[in-house]
Write a protein that binds this ligand. Sequence first.
Ligand code: HEC
Ligand code: HEC
Ligand code: HEC
Ligand code: HEC
Length: 138
Amino acid sequence: MRKASVVILMVMAFALAALLGTMAIAQDTKSGKVSDVIKIYEPLFGKHTKVAVEFTHKKHSVDHKVKCTECHHDYKNGKNVWKEGDKVAKCASCHKDPKKNDGKVLSLRNAFHKNCQSCHKEAKKGPTKCNECHPKKK
Ligand code: HEC
Ligand code: HEC
Ligand code: HEC
Ligand code: HEC
């Protein structure tokens, strides 16, 4: 009897640990929850040539102190009207072509590269080489 309840407790503890382990740690923002680390792997690209890019959302917005509007926008007459608290749409919902720019609206690939790399280049901080964001496949 005692032995059985110890086994049951152990099984329950194990199940709880497994459950907690699968829950991604999330950052609570005024615009909703977002994973601390986002694995960017956009279906729009179709057949990917690279593995997912690990983007540290929380580190960027909290530790690196990058403003939301450096990355999130909604343009009305050429002006970014997005503000903290507004919903965040996926980049791919507006940057709809994987490769080709459509006037001022960059392709998805260029949108990511321009956003991520330009800042790192200007700040002289953060990765700018391909394999620093796209580690080679194992
Ligand atoms: C350095 C760039 C960057 C900064 C700074 C940044 N974000 Fe993000 N954020 C992203 C990217 C990239 C995604 C993923 C977009 C996608 O999947 O298309 C994202 C996703 C999100 C999502 C999840 C949307 C969803 O539906 O899953 C929320 C919410 C969000 N950001 C809010 C914020 C807020 C609020 C701030 C400022 C406190 C902020 N972000 C700062 C780049 C950034
Ligand atoms: C609601 C639609 C929409 C969403 C969502 C969106 N974009 Fe854009 N983006 C645009 C439009 C439209 C332009 C062109 C603006 C202009 O110059 O008139 C643009 C311009 C840009 C530019 C060039 C100008 C600049 O701000 O540096 C970059 C880079 C960019 N987007 C990256 C991203 C990334 C990365 C995401 C996701 C985190 C994203 N965009 C989400 C619509 C969107
Ligand atoms: C407006 C500026 C800015 C933008 C936009 C930006 N970053 Fe960064 N990034 C930084 C800074 C600052 C650092 C910190 C570098 C340091 O302290 O060594 C950094 C660091 C990193 C690192 C190193 C690990 C870490 O978390 O410190 C990676 C990987 C990275 N960025 C990926 C991205 C990706 C992917 C995007 C686009 C979705 C992006 N960054 C957009 C400013 C930016
Ligand atoms: C600062 C980070 C960063 C750097 C540096 C960078 N990229 Fe990317 N790249 C991204 C992100 C984020 C995406 C979107 C990833 C996704 O959705 O799969 C992307 C997407 C791509 C894609 C389309 C998706 C795929 O898997 O086929 C290609 C191709 C690509 N990058 C090639 C390059 C090459 C070549 C270089 C160097 C000249 C480079 N990138 C440098 C962040 C970066």
